[in-house]
Design a protein. Structure first.
Length: 124
């Protein structure tokens, strides 16, 4: 079985749109527009969350618990065949976790214009 490659130029255009939506504070719109129905998302070594419904609930719970959001700055991004790797500086206060300031790397696997797998790497 062969997988059709997502052209890097297409991924760059999608990522530019994602950047605009982040700047407008429309993070959940990114999720609805660019994440597949069977998406698998994973934080570090934690068990993966499978499916758009389960991941939507996880994302909504995260944002509902944000007390203050100070920064989400893109530091680096790389594009490959069906993959976007991005490094972010994040700074926020969460109701359950307190003040969080850290760097995070996101590795996204893409298929047919949708994220099918995303894993986040960051210090504990």
């Amino acid at each position: 079985m062969t997988t059709e490659l997502q052209p890097t130029t297409e991924l760059k255009a999608i990522f530019a749109d994602i950047q605009q939506l982040i700047a407008q504070g429309q993070v959940m719109q990114i999720f609805e527009k660019y994440y597949g129905d069977d998406v698998v998302m994973q934080e570090n070594e934690a068990p993966a969350t499978v499916g758009k419904v389960a991941n939507r609930a996880r994302e909504e719970a995260f944002f509902a618990n944000l007390v203050e959001f100070r920064a989400a700055e893109l530091k680096n991004v790389a594009f490959g065949e069906n993959v976007i790797i991005s490094e972010w500086f994040l700074d926020y206060t969460h109701a359950e976790w307190g003040k969080r300031t850290y760097y995070q790397v996101s590795v996204q696997q893409w298929k047919d214009g949708k994220v099918v797998h995303e894993r986040f790497y960051y210090g504990a």
